[in-house]
Structure formats: structure tokens, C-alpha cells
Design a protein around this ligand. Structure first.
Ligand code: HEM
Ligand SMILES: [Ca+2]
Length: 304
């Protein structure tokens, strides 16, 4: 029951405002679009797309921001800037959950990716689910079977999994999220066999043993800031960064392989599927009608 025209009368400048804030943040931070897209994903997988992710710790809230998968998420300051600008233009109208959906869309478009009709009308939660964030969000170290199950738990299928993983066409990951592949993979004493040797050498240089786990690497080394389909040709070349990326192509017999090949060969097919799957993800159990509230500060429940 979400609707792309939801704010047409109540906040006609919505898109202009969101676009302007993100565009201006990009001038000093090429990574910000990727970070904002990731926030929408981290939100939607826990209690649906309800901005539960954005609530800070308080006497009644155990923040999802402090859950393992979320501790290094970034872009919250830009979400706050969008919110305060919108509160000036159309007070009390636009939900924080919809801001995350809109920011994800604008970020993809500004990086050269597809556009789609963003469905709107979500409302904001009054609770957070830190334990849920620790268990429901896929980890880069778990196998394809587990990750597929976590997508399925929120109503997303294998096509959605491969298409949405294509978000790793831009942005960065810290060494600690993939260094398990570089030296002693799963106790073998050898690196992950599905890592191309030249790429392995480059990653070992960037993330040496005993180096800092927080050093950043590009998720797509061929075009780190562009939203394109190189992510999928990287997988074909054994140049996926995360274990969970490479498994989409390297798991024997997996249904994901044919989808990776299709997206690698056909950018339009990837863009179309990505748009469809973003809509699917954005539809995960939204609060609508009189459920939840429109927060006036994305970090706090109203009246607290
Ligand atoms: C399939 C399961 C997924 C796993 C295991 C996964 C895991 C990760 C990890 C470990 C990072 C690096 C985090 C860090 O080092 O701080 C990352 C970054 C990122 N993820 Fe995912 N992710 C998944 C799905 C998704 C989805 C569905 C989206 C969005 C549609 C997404 C968008 C991003 C983006 C854009 C970044 C870069 C963020 C930045 O540069 O700030 N990921 N992901
Ligand atoms: Ca949520």
C-alpha cells in the first residue's frame, strides 16, 4: 500500500531537497552514496523498513547502530541533514524510513545506476531491535545457503539476492571483512582458492597480516565509485572482494551462477532487476496508516 505519489501534495520539493543534500555531500565524500544505500538495506532487514536502524541508545532503546554488522555504518549525519531540511520545508510530514528509501535511490542514480519509482508512505518505528540486527543481517563469512535463507526470511528470492549484491559495485569494505580469505582460509593454511592470484597479491599488500583491520578496500576495484555491472564480471574473474560475493559465482551447482553470468553480459538486465529488487526490499513490512509515527528527529522517538 506504499505509493510513489504519497508526498506530492504535502511535500512537493521532496526530491529536490534529498538530491541537493546528497549531491553536496558527494563533493567532499565520494563514498557517501554507497554508505546511504547500505543504510536502507541494514534498516529493511530488521523489523522491516521502519528506520529502526536510526534510533540512538537511550534509556528505552538499545540501538541497532551498536549491533555487530552496523558498527561501522556511516551516513547518519547526511540523513540528519536531509531530515532537518525537510522539517523546515514540510514539518512533520516525511518519515525517516522514507528518507532512507529516497536517499538510496538518489545515491544509485547519482553514481550512474538505474532509476525507479520509489514507493513511499512508510512510518517510523518507536522501537529498535539490536538482537535482531545481530542475527538477521547477513555476514560476509557465512555460506550462500545461510545468506539465501536470510533473504528468504524477509521475502526476497535468489534473483533479489544476486541483483542486490550488485550494490557492491561501489563503496568500500574494511580489511577485517575479507582478510580471512588472504592467508589461512578456513584453517587450510592457504588463501581462498577462488581468489585470482594478482588480486590476492594486491589485497595482501593492502591488508597485511597484523595490519589494521579497518583499512579500506574498494568493493569493486575496476570502477570503485560507479554504479555499473563490473561487479559481476569481477566475480567471473575470481575478483570478488567478500567471500559472500564470490560464492554467488563459485559455489558448485548454485542457481546464482547463471544470474551472475546474465548480469555480467547484460547491464540493462542488471539495472532492471536491481530496480525491481530495490522495490521488493523497500516493501519489507513497512509501518503504514496509523502505525508508528513520523519522527521529528530520526535519532529519537517523539517525546523522548
Ligand atoms: C548479501 C549479503 C550482504 C553481505 C554479506 C554484505 C556485507 C557487507 C560488508 C561486510 C560490507 C563492508 C562493511 C564495512 O567494512 O564496514 C558491505 C558494504 C556495503 N554493502 Fe553490503 N552486504 C550484503 C548485501 C548488501 C545489500 C543488499 C546492499 C544494498 C542493496 C548492500 C550495500 C552495500 C554497500 C553500498 C556497501 C559499501 C558501503 C560504504 O562504502 O560505506 N550490501 N556489505
Ligand atoms: Ca528496520
Amino acid at each position: 500500500q506504499l505509493d510513489s505519489t504519497f508526498y506530492d501534495n504535502t511535500c512537493p520539493n521532496l526530491y529536490r531537497i534529498v538530491d541537493r543534500v546528497i549531491w553536496s555531500a558527494m563533493l567532499s565524500d565520494a563514498r557517501i552514496g554507497a554508505s546511504l544505500l547500505r543504510l536502507h538495506f541494514l534498516d529493511c532487514f530488521v523489523n522491516g523498513c521502519d528506520a529502526s536502524l536510526l534510533l540512538d541508545d537511550s534509556s528505552s532503546i538499545q540501538s541497532e547502530k551498536n549491533a555487530g554488522p552496523n558498527v561501522d555504518a556511516r551516513g547518519f549525519d547526511v540523513v540528519d541533514t536531509i531530515k532537518t531540511t525537510l522539517e523546515d520545508a514540510c514539518p512533520g510530514v516525511v518519515s525517516c524510513a522514507d528518507i532512507l528509501a529516497l536517499a538510496a535511490h538518489t545515491s544509485v542514480v547519482l553514481a550512474g545506476g538505474p532509476s525507479w519509482n520509489v514507493l513511499l508512505g512508510r512510518r517510523d518505528s518507536t522501537t529498535a531491535n539490536q538482537a535482531g540486527a545481530n542475527t538477521l543481517i547477513p555476514s560476509p563469512f557465512e555460506g550462500l545457503t545461510n545468506i539465501t535463507a536470510k533473504f528468504s526470511a524477509v521475502g526476497l528470492n535468489t534473483n533479489d539476492l544476486v541483483a542486490l549484491s550488485g550494490a557492491h559495485t561501489f563503496g568500500r569494505a574494511q580489511c577485517r571483512t575479507f582478510s580471512n580469505r588472504l592467508f589461512n582460509f578456513s584453517g587450510t593454511g592457504n588463501p581462498d582458492q577462488t581468489l585470482a592470484s594478482s588480486y590476492l597479491a594486491a589485497l595482501r599488500q593492502r591488508c597485511p597480516q597484523n595490519g589494521s583491520g579497518s583499512t579500506l578496500a574498494n568493493l569493486d576495484f575496476t570502477s570503485p565509485n560507479n554504479f555499473d555491472n563490473n561487479y559481476f564480471s569481477n566475480l567471473q574473474n575470481n575478483q570478488g572482494l567478500l567471500q559472500s560475493d564470490q560464492e554467488l559465482f563459485s559455489t558448485t551447482g548454485a542457481a546464482t551462477i547463471a544470474i551472475v553470468n546474465n548480469f555480467a553480459n547484460n547491464r540493462a538486465a542488471f539495472f532492471h532487476s536491481f530496480a525491481v529488487s530495490m522495490t521488493n526490499m523497500g516493501n519489507i513490512s513497512p509501518l503504514t496508516g496509523s502505525s508508528g509515527e513520523i519522527r521529528s528527529d530520526c535519532k529519537k522517538v517523539n517525546g523522548s
